[in-house]
Each structure stands twice: as C-alpha cells, then as structure tokens.
Write a protein that binds this ligand. Structure first.
Ligand code: SF4
Ligand code: SF4
Length: 134
C-alpha cells in the first residue's frame, strides 16, 4: 500500500526559495563534498586561482569552512531566505540535494531541533540589521 503523498512544497525546489537553509549548517559526522570542478567554477566566479579558493574557503581538503554555528562560509547572515551567496556557482551536491526526494530537514523534528536555534540566532541578527522591532 502506498503511503500518503509527500507535500509538494517539501519535495519540489519551490520551498527552497523560502527556506532559511537548514541544509547549509554542518551536522556532526556529515560534511558537504566539494569537488575539483566545483572549486574551479567558484575560482572563475571570483577571478581567483583554484589554489586561492582552496586556501580561503576549503578545509579538510574537500569541504567548505564553516562558522562557529556550523553555517557554511558562503551562507548570508543578513537575510533569511535565498541565503547562498554563491548560488549560481554552488557545488554540485548543493544543487542536487535533496535528490528529488522529500527534504529530510522538513521531515525530521530531530534535525529541525538541532538547527532551528542556530537559525533563530540568525533571525536576531537580521532583525538588528533591518532595525525591525517585531
Ligand atoms: S533542501 Fe530542504 S533544507 Fe535545503 S533549502 Fe531546500 S527545503 Fe530548505
Ligand atoms: S555553497 Fe551555498 S548552498 Fe552550498 S552549503 Fe554553502 S551556502 Fe549552502
């Protein structure tokens, strides 16, 4: 028997446009895999050499550096959606996720519970930046 139909917002990419990017925070034991082609594309975008990109943004040979809260170094801190600052040249894995399946971050209370506090800290920052009191 088939299970309930997955919510279209969670399965399609549409929701990504309105999502605070749960998938751009590193979780323990998991990391984004950045390939050589990704590095080259980003290097051309910034008009840098591949080596410069590696020195500035890569750690452990194949993943982006993160901030203290685990957020990707390329995640904007001044807005709460469309936060990838290298969206047009982002790595293949970022483009493909969640692989035409329901987004696991929207399906799992456990994952949301681990990341939501970090998002809320970002929200505080966004409010300060816009001067909003709401
Ligand atoms: S893949 Fe999931 S967590 Fe990532 S931006 Fe899209 S909806 Fe949000
Ligand atoms: S490169 Fe962009 S999409 Fe990929 S993890 Fe970093 S901020 Fe998210």
């Amino acid at each position: 028997m088939k299970g309930p139909a997955a919510a279209p917002l969670a399965t399609g990419r549409t929701f990504c446009n309105f999502c605070p990017a749960y998938c751009c925070y590193r979780l323990e034991g998991a990391s984004l895999y950045v390939m050589a082609e990704d590095i080259n594309r980003i290097a051309r975008h910034f008009n840098m050499t591949d080596g410069e990109v590696r020195r500035r943004y890569i750690e452990d040979r194949h993943t982006f550096k993160t901030r203290e809260d685990g957020s990707c170094i390329f995640l904007a801190t001044d807005r709460l959606c469309k936060r990838c600052t290298i969206h047009e040249v982002r790595p293949r894995q970022c483009r493909d996720f969640p692989y035409d399946r329901p987004c696991p971050y929207l399906d799992s209370e456990d994952l949301l519970a681990r990341i939501q506090p970090r998002i809320e800290r970002s929200l505080g920052l966004a409010r300060r930046l816009t001067g909003s009191k709401s």
